[in-house]
Design a protein around this ligand. Structure first.
Ligand code: AMP
Ligand code: GLY
Length: 406
């Protein structure tokens, strides 16, 4: 089967890398891809939101399956256009993608499906969490401990242009639970934990994600399967009952509170950087499960993971997340790979034959190991060989004890 990966980040690099190593896959293409993805796939200069351009590419290259990485083109409906053109797509149509595209819609679905989540509040009053309703690349959520912070956050969230919502502040450890979905069934992938805050010790603003690890100590495979039954399956049933079945990756961002797990958000696509930690652990191919989901038939499919631990660290550009500087030379990737890591390109470009930073998150470096400490040591040892002036990264990914609640 020939596969097209849509997107240009570290998540898409991890997916393209995995698909390229899958014996059931013929050609791997990417649109638009990036210099790292170009090692695993043939890249085409078609933007991720150019639905007609993607459809033409699929027809010209005899693509059997499209795997969509980012949320924005899903929310605007590229999966609908491709499906209408007869192409199988792993990714929801615009109606089902609202589960990520509108936080108010997601709350309504959760209420109807009986899925536990943070209580909505008449905003702004601290302590609380203030959120821009629409897509904001992970930067539209403000955790506020005081009334004053809540009021400031309200104006910053309003600056994204849409509605603003406010909800109860939950405490606990977070967990990202991914399932492949065919509209009805949900097949769990290994769970991961993402480090959303910019700075060590979970300080600073929320970002798109500064690192991730999988598995999460204290959370067993059986518990992940149970969470998927309790959370993903009722949401799929609710979306199907509304006439908008969800086909693709349903990502539940959970808080493991002392009162049990609660959903913070749903995403309609693979997480970034969690995918860079999860995919290297998947035993066997990913193409068949993705194709079966796209075809609406995941019956009998299971995705097994290796016992190894994976740790991913994001190297961010100077100035990320407020005003990332691009154009700095990125060097030392071969040395990092020689040290045993996988180096996924997140925001890079080639300029005059040299690799430069071209985004906020520049690279995601993943290492596998016998346990989280081993993987963590290898990931940092590899990352330290990479040079990008002014770049920064968190030094505490996968460090320290893990509280288990719920
Ligand atoms: P979201 O985009 O809604 O997942 O929010 C991004 C991040 O903000 C989450 O991963 C949490 O770290 C934090 N967050 C969101 N909602 C809440 C909440 N109700 N209580 C505490 N933290 C939250
Ligand atoms: N890592 C968070 C996200 O993908 O939304």
């Amino acid at each position: 089967m020939n596969v097209l990966v849509v997107g240009s980040g570290g998540r898409e690099h991890a997916l393209a890398w995995k698909l390229a190593g899958d014996p059931s896959v013929g050609e791997v293409h990417a649109a638009p891809g990036n210099p790292g993805i170009a090692h695993a796939a043939t890249c085409h200069p078609v933007r991720a939101d150019d639905a007609e351009g993607l459809l033409s590419l699929c027809l010209a290259r005899r693509i059997d399956l499209v795997v969509v990485g980012p949320e924005a083109p899903l929310v605007t409906g590229i999966a609908d256009v491709l499906r209408h053109g007869g192409i199988a797509v792993f990714g929801p149509g615009a109606d089902a993608a609202r589960i990520e595209g509108s936080k108010a819609f997601a709350k309504d679905v959760m209420r109807a499906a009986g899925v536990p989540t943070a209580a909505p509040l008449e905003g702004p009053h601290g302590p609380c969490v203030v959120k821009a309703d629409g897509l904001a690349a992970g930067k539209g959520v403000f955790v506020c401990s005081t009334q004053r912070e809540a009021e400031e956050a309200w104006s910053r969230a309003a600056a994204f242009g849409g509605e603003v919502v406010c909800e109860e502040l939950l405490e606990g450890d977070e967990l990202s639970v991914f399932a492949l979905c065919d509209g009805v069934r949900a097949v769990p992938l290994p769970a991961a934990r993402d480090a959303k805050r910019l700075l060590d010790g979970d300080e600073g603003p929320n970002t798109g994600g500064m690192g991730a690890f999988s598995p999460v100590p204290g959370v067993t495979e059986d518990e992940v399967a149970e969470l998927v039954e309790r959370i993903h399956v009722p949401v799929l049933a609710e979306l199907a009952a509304r006439g908008t079945p969800f086909v693709g990756l349903l990502y539940a961002g959970l808080m493991l509170t002392p009162d049990g797990p609660r959903v913070l958000e749903f995403n309609c696509r693979f997480g970034d950087p969690e995918t860079q930690a999860i995919v290297p652990r998947i035993a066997g191919g990913l193409a068949e499960p993705l194709a079966r989901a796209a075809a609406g038939d995941l019956s009998g499919i299971e995705v097994d993971a290796s016992d190894e631990a994976a740790v991913t660290i994001v190297l961010a550009a100077p100035g990320y997340p407020d005003a990332p500087e691009t154009g700095g030379a990125v060097e030392g990737l071969d040395e990092a790979e020689a040290a045993g890591a996988l180096v996924f390109h997140a925001g890079t470009a080639l300029r005059d034959g040299r690799l430069v930073g071209a985004g906020g998150r520049v690279l995601a470096v993943t290492a596998l190991g016998d346990d989280p400490a081993d993987a963590r040591g290898r990931a940092y040892a590899a990352l330290e060989r990479i040079r990008l002036p002014g770049a920064h990264y968190r030094r505490d990914i996968a460090a320290g004890g893990v509280r288990v609640a719920g």
